[in-house]
Design a protein around this ligand. Structure first.
Ligand code: HAS
Ligand code: CU1
Length: 576
């Protein structure tokens, strides 16, 4: 095991910088996105241990202090889910995927427009936060009707999503401009991955936009008398599945493009990375019915088609697993690693920028395998709506995505600000405790789920004999312990983060902390004329974007059309 200093980055790329004033302003904007994201995460994760204690059999929601802060377990859970899964991710990704492609293409973008998108997203967040905090939108992060919330919540959420689409539009437009100015050139890899991710998100978000704008807002304002719960839920999952790739692909960008550099190795094959992202663009969205196997009035044929497409969308993740593992092996052997598995010890495990991403990936091996169980129609009835599901998503979005972003912050903030990571040891401790806490949480929750414990339930307050007789002591204890480990981890992480943010600028960030681009063993080349067939086939992203849209319309059109034709409107409920 070694923590030797890492080699300097590709100096050719780091050297050619756009106008310094523009760069400084772009960095400030990115910092705003990233810091807003982490502030949301701070509030969101502090509520997490309360949920873990609930699944550990300890009801803290009835204590006087919490009663004063939160009206119910469900209000706590709504805040936890919305802030962590929806707000943290969206702000971080918007900053990350605006900054990276702009830098990679070496273009200037209209910063007024970019600030407008940020301010709009923040306004949306603040608007939605009011009813959430006032217990007027205790709907959980899926806000299924006929549970009804304040229209202010739906309007705030719509503004937030619209702002993300403005960022998407700006990045895609910048890339189109670059293509016009550089005919015959291959899009640089990081820009390629970023543009493909934004294109995927535009197709994915159509379901949610339809649901919120045409159903939930008019209904919550009283303009229409009722709502069709199944139609809304179907539109929600159109977006709701693909959003998980909107959360994880920005982490993939880090695993592919930057992790090999942190490890001291190289990207294995650039053409393969491009293929992976095109597969995600095409097939992330037409799979959402795997969340609705238990719902009536959707034909089994469509559910099965979506199931097979779900298995197909695991393929680009498997490609990622093998090719990033090969990058790590390349790095470890360059550091003197030997043997079938002996090389693993030669990776820089003591460097938090490295260990965060790799531990995130290790958790994703288990999370991804669980996803394939969820997607199988034969297993889904065993795990659906049980504690297994939160077990699954805490080692996907909660670790694969979140831990990668936490580790990214350790180089990105110094890069953006010229400040220094105050303590490698504390940062490392926060990373390892996050990983251990989440793995223990996942073990406890998957286990409880298999025993039939439901998700989204204040099980710690139940007096039903059925719970007392369940053999859940061990997994419940594990879940409670995991909440405490995660609390320690979060305190360590935010201590390091805020100490770094509040410290003084010490150096020129471009020189000391450049973007950690990795070199490739098999690169894509610079010109299309000399590129391999795979590079030429994946380069026309605009056309592939059109195909993605067509695929979704084919796979969702008939399902939604039938639900629309047979719509059954029911009045809303307020359960809180
Ligand atoms: Fe999922 C439910 C199926 C991936 C998140 N998922 C959820 C929910 C969330 C979520 C939040 O089919 C709950 C929604 C709710 O509240 O109701 N999921 C899948 C499948 C995948 C998958 C098939 N999920 C994700 C990702 C998420 C996420 C990614 C967030 C970021 N999921 C489902 C289904 C449900 C579901 C059903 C509904 C369940 C129900 O009944 O309600 C696949 O994409 C997974 C493919 C991934 C792999 C793993 C690849 C591994 C990699 C790492 C390699 C590691 C290396 C390290 C190289 C096959 C890439 C090596 C280390 C060394 C040291 C050398
Ligand atoms: Cu899904």
């Amino acid at each position: 095991m070694t923590t030797a200093p890492l080699p300097l980055p590709d100096s050719a790329r780091a050297a050619s910088l756009p106008d310094a004033a523009f760069l400084a302003r772009l960095k400030t904007l990115t910092q705003y996105y990233v810091v807003t994201a982490f502030l949301a995460l701070l509030v969101g994760v502090l509520i997490g241990p309360l949920q873990a204690l609930n699944y550990g059999g300890v009801n803290v929601y009835d204590t006087p202090i919490l009663r004063a802060l939160l009206k119910s377990y469900y209000q706590g859970l709504s805040l936890h889910g919305v802030l962590n899964a929806l707000v943290f991710t969206q702000f971080f990704i918007s900053g990350w995927l605006l900054y990276l492609p702009t830098r990679d293409l070496k273009v200037t973008i209209n910063l007024r427009f970019a600030w407008l998108s940020y301010l709009m997203m923040t306004a949306g967040l603040l608007i939605a936060a009011v009813p959430l905090l006032l217990n007027q939108a205790t709907l959980l992060y899926t806000f299924y009707p006929p549970m009804q919330g304040s229209p202010v919540f739906y309007i705030g959420a719509a503004i937030m999503v619209a702002a993300s689409l403005l960022v998407a539009g700006q990045v895609i437009a910048a890339w189109v401009g670059w293509k016009r100015a550089h005919p015959g050139r291959v899009t640089p890899l990081v820009a390629f991955m970023s543009v493909a991710t934004w294109m995927m998100w535009t197709v994915a978000s159509l379901g949610l936009v339809g649901e919120v704008v045409f159903v939930l807002i008019p209904w919550s304002l009283g303009w229409v008398g009722g709502v069709d719960p199944l139609l809304s839920k179907t539109l929600f999952w159109w977006t709701g599945h693909a959003i998980v790739y909107f959360w994880v692909l920005p982490a993939y960008i880090s695993w592919y493009a930057f992790l090999p550099h942190h490890a001291g190795g190289r990207i294995v094959s650039e053409p393969l990375v491009r293929l992976t992202f095109v597969l995600f663009l095409l097939n992330s969205t037409p799979v959402g019915l795997h969340h609705q196997y238990a719902d009536p009035n959707i034909s089994t044929t469509w559910k099965f088609i979506h199931m097979f497409l779900t298995f197909l969308i695991a393929v680009p993740s498997l490609l990622t697993a093998f090719s990033v593992a090969a990058s790590l092996e390349d790095a470890a052997r360059a550091r003197g690693g030997r043997g079938l598995v002996g090389w693993i010890g030669h990776l820089p495990w003591g460097q938090p920028v490295f260990s965060a991403s790799v531990l995130a990936m290790v958790s994703f091996i288990v999370g991804g395998a669980g996803g394939i169980v969820n997607a199988s129609a034969a297993f889904a009835p065993v795990v659906h709506n049980t504690a297994w599901i939160p077990g699954h998503f805490h080692i996907t979005v909660g670790t694969a995505t979140t831990l990668t972003f936490m580790g990214t912050a350790f180089w990105l903030i110094p890069h953006l600000t010229g400040k220094r990571l105050p303590s490698v040891r504390l940062a490392s401790a926060s990373v390892w405790t996050w990983f251990i806490g989440m793995m223990v949480f996942a073990l406890g929750m998957h286990w409880q789920g298999l025993l039939g414990v439901p998700r989204r339930a204040l099980v710690s307050a139940t007096t039903q004999d059925v719970y007392r007789e369940m053999p859940i002591r061990v997994p419940a204890l594990l879940t409670a312990i995991s909440g405490m480990i995660l609390l320690v981890s979060a305190l360590l992480f935010f201590y390091v983060l805020f100490r770094m943010l509040l410290s003084r600028r010490v150096d020129d960030s471009e020189a000391t902390t450049p973007i950690p681009y990795s070199e490739a063993i098999s690169s894509a080349g610079e010109t299309l004329a000399g590129a391999s067939a795979l590079v030429r086939l994946t380069e026309p992203l605009l056309a592939l974007w059109g195909v993605a849209l067509l695929l979704v319309l084919l796979m969702y059109g008939p399902v939604v059309a039938r639900l629309l034709a047979e719509a059954q409107l029911v009045p809303g409920w307020r359960l809180y």
